[in-house]
Every structure is written in structure tokens, then in C-alpha cells.
Design a protein around this ligand. Structure first.
Ligand SMILES: C[S@@+](CC[C@H](N)C(=O)[O-])C[C@H]1O[C@@H](n2cnc3c(N)ncnc32)[C@H](O)[C@@H]1O
Length: 390
């Protein structure tokens, strides 16, 4: 399903009007369509901390959680943790899984709600590290320099190394993880890489000292955001259970009421390789194997036919694993969009529906929206699909 959208079509509020399809239980399908249609972002809690590609809209996560009110929620492709943050804000017990160590780091920082004392220590440690980094004249060790040296001005490399060397000496594990997340959040911005999702080189002059100062600014920003989240998380809500794990092999100790997730859309990103700068500086996670990635864009460059059938097979595997993780009567809710490839669109609705049926789930409702993809001058269908475990 793919065609050019009417880009100039507007509804009475002036928002773009998209073509939509609603199926199944009408009241539920209507809720799904509203969740999927959120467009404008109003920043809240920790969502804006650290970039992460293809993040779900926080309002979509909030609305979908509200539509399925069971206690335990799993996101097996948690990425930057949008679902996890909203689930904590709603007082749910939350499990996050992803194949990427960057996703783990970002999700952890975005879902943490430290005490005031811990945040004071975090801010003062960040201030101390900033001062040390401004004075650092050493370059990073050879492996980092060889792999990442070309992406930074020399004084930026020195400041980054000053920060990382100090972070590595922090003994308190939670504090060190917070500081690593802050360090990670500035790594691309101070590099000559255009963005997380574009490896184009764009050289810029960054005055000496400003890399370290940016780190300090981000530390204070994260503390403010975590306080905003802490204010809404009901007391007694457990911390998120996070682990680096292949979604096709997800196994939890007890059943969950809801799996709410957005898997990789086919052929859109190479999630692991595009984080290469962060993986060079901060290392890789155990089990973080790019070959295990689902739907990666690079698979389509080799053979479109194989990539399509691999996507369908992987969808069947992770859907079956999630179905096993659900309690009877629990729901699987998937937000997914079709792939746009040089060999034509990749339909995700058919493969997702076949996977759910094979996993023994029953179809409840769906909403589909045809959205413009400006980069490809085209349009893709995005879906929210809901199944129940009988
Ligand atoms: C669409 S993104 C999820 C974004 C997330 N919903 C958010 O709001 O930030 C898809 C995620 O799937 C992850 N992924 C890819 N293959 C995976 C696999 N085999 N197992 C678990 N996660 C995988 C990627 O690392 C990426 O974080």
C-alpha cells in the first residue's frame, strides 16, 4: 500500500489530513486512530533527553497505555524508552528490551527518578568533570583515536577524553551510568557527523571549552527532566526492568498484561551501525550483534527478495515470543509502518497479521494512516494493530 499523499489537504484545524482505514471494534479502532494521528510534540518529562531515531510519539504511547490498563507492560523494541517513560508515569510495572546498548543507556536515563540527594551528587560530579575536561591536554587512547579521531577537532577529542576518563573513575554504578548517558548525548553534536541518522561530514568550529560546558548543561537538563518525571510517577512504582536482549528470544519470569511496541520499520534505519561513534567511545553491550538486527536498511541493498522474507520470518519469531510472554486475555499492540524501498513498498500489515495469527492471537482492531514521507517524496501506511491472547 503506497501512493502519493495529498500534501496540501488540511482539516478544519489546519492540520494535514491523511487517508485512514479503521477496522474491528469501532470504539477501539477510533482510539487507535487518534493515538496514531499525534503530530506535534510538546516536550514533557525526560522524552527530549538524548536523540534516538524513530521514537514513538509520547502522546501515542500515553493514549495506547490508557486504552489497555493492565499492570505489567513489556516493550521488546524499547529504543529510547518512550513507552517505558509513559508507563512509569502511569504507575505501571515495566519491562524494556532492545538489541542496542545505546537504547539501554538512553532508556535507563530517561526512566530513572533519582532522589534530590542523588541529583545533587550527579550535578556536582558533572561540574567537577567539566573543569577537569577543560584542562585536559591528553588525547584518547589509540583504539578510540584510530576509530573516531577523524570525526572531531583535536581540542574536542581532548575534552571528551577528559570527561570519559573522569566518568570511568566514578565508583557508584548508577551515577556512572547517568554520566555515561549524558556523555553519550553530546557525542554526535560535538562531532562533524551531521546527525544521528546522517553520516554526512559537516565541519564546524566549536570553541575550546564548549564541549565540556555542553556536558555540564546536559547534566543539569537531565536532572530537571528526571525531577519532572519523578513528580508524576506514583509512589511504589518499580524501576524499569531493562535488558539487552533479542526480541525474538524475549523471556520474562512472569506474564505481562500488555506488550506495546514499535518494531523497526523495514528498510528505514541501520540502528546499530548508525550509533558507531557512541559504540567506539562507550563500548558495546554483551550480545549486541548487528547481524541480529531486524529490518535493517542494509539488508535490502543485498537482496530485496531475501530481505522481505527475512523480515516476515523475524516478525513471526518476535510475535510468537511476545505472545508467550502475555497472560491469557492480555494484549499485543504494535505500531508499525510500511517500508519504502527502491524495489517498491514493503507491506507490514500482511506479515504482522500472519505472525499474530500463527502465534494464536485473535485480531481485535486496527487503525491505518497514510502519512507523507517527505525525504522520499512519497507516503507510507502506518498502522496500530491490536490482538488479544485468548
Ligand atoms: C522503531 S525503534 C523503537 C523506538 C522506540 N519505540 C522509541 O520510542 O524510542 C526500533 C528498535 O528496535 C531495535 N531492534 C532491532 N532489532 C532488534 C532485535 N532483534 N531485538 C530487539 N531490538 C531490536 C533497534 O535497536 C531500535 O531501537
Amino acid at each position: 500500500m503506497s501512493k502519493k499523499p495529498k500534501m496540501d489537504a488540511r482539516d478544519t484545524t489546519g492540520k494535514p489530513s491523511y487517508e485512514s482505514v479503521l477496522k474491528g471494534e469501532p470504539a477501539l479502532a477510533e482510539k487507535l486512530a487518534i493515538a496514531l494521528a499525534h503530530d506535534e510534540r510538546s516536550p514533557r518529562y525526560t522524552h527530549g533527553f538524548h536523540t534516538y531515531p524513530a521514537g514513538l510519539h509520547p502522546d501515542a504511547a500515553r493514549d495506547l497505555l490508557a486504552a489497555f490498563p493492565g499492570q505489567a507492560v513489556l516493550d521488546p523494541f524499547c529504543g529510547g524508552g518512550t513507552v517505558l517513560v509513559e508507563a512509569r508515569a502511569a504507575g505501571r510495572t515495566t519491562f524494556g528490551r532492545d538489541l542496542s546498548s545505546v537504547a539501554m543507556r538512553v532508556s535507563r536515563a530517561r526512566t530513572m527518578t533519582p532522589t534530590d540527594e542523588d541529583l545533587t551528587v550527579m550535578r556536582s560530579t558533572a561540574r567537577k568533570l567539566t573543569a577537569e575536561a577543560r584542562a585536559c591536554r591528553d588525547l584518547p587512547p589509540q583504539p578510540i583515536l584510530e576509530a573516531a579521531g577523524d570525526w572531531y577537532a583535536q581540542h574536542v577529542l581532548q575534552e571528551l577524553w577528559g570527561l570519559l576518563r573522569g566518568i570511568r573513575q566514578v565508583e557508584d554504578l548508577l551515577l556512572r551510568r547517568q554520566l555515561e548517558a549524558i556523555f553519550s548525548s553530546i557525542l554526535v553534536k560535538v562531532s562533524w557527523r551531521r546527525s544521528d541518522t546522517s553520516a554526512k561530514r559537516v565541519k564546524h568550529d566549536r570553541p575550546a571549552g564548549t564541549t565540556a560546558i555542553l556536558f555540564h548543561k546536559k547534566a543539569r537538563e537531565l536532572a530537571r527532566m528526571q525531577i519532572a518525571l519523578r513528580e508524576v510517577v506514583p509512589s511504589g512504582t518499580p524501576p524499569v526492568d531493562l535488558a539487552l536482549q533479542d526480541a525474538r528470544e524475549v523471556k520474562l519470569k512472569g506474564p505481562v498484561d500488555l506488550v506495546l511496541t514499535s518494531p523497526p520499520y523495514p528498510a528505514v534505519y541501520d540502528y546499530l551501525p548508525l550509533q558507531h561513534l557512541r559504540r567506539i567511545w562507550l563500548g558495546e553491550g554483551e550480545g549486541e550483534e548487528p547481524g541480529r538486527e531486524i529490518g535493517a536498511r542494509r539488508f535490502w541493498r543485498k537482496s530485496s527478495k531475501k530481505a522481505r522474507s527475512r523480515w516476515a520470518d523475524d516478525t513471526a519469531l518476535w510475535t510468537a515470543a511476545c505472545a508467550r510472554a502475555l497472560r491469557q486475555g492480555g494484549h499485543l499492540v504494535v505500531v508499525v509502518g510500511d517500508g519504502l524501498t527502491p524495489t517498491g513498498p514493503v507491506d507490514t500489515l500482511g506479515a504482522s497479521s500472519a505472525a499474530a495469527q500463527a502465534a494464536g492471537l485473535e485480531k481485535l482492531a486496527r487503525a491505518s494512516l497514510l502519512r507523507p514521507d517527505h525525504a522520499r517524496e512519497s507516503a507510507r501506511w502506518e498502522h496500530v494493530l491490536v490482538w488479544r491472547k485468548p
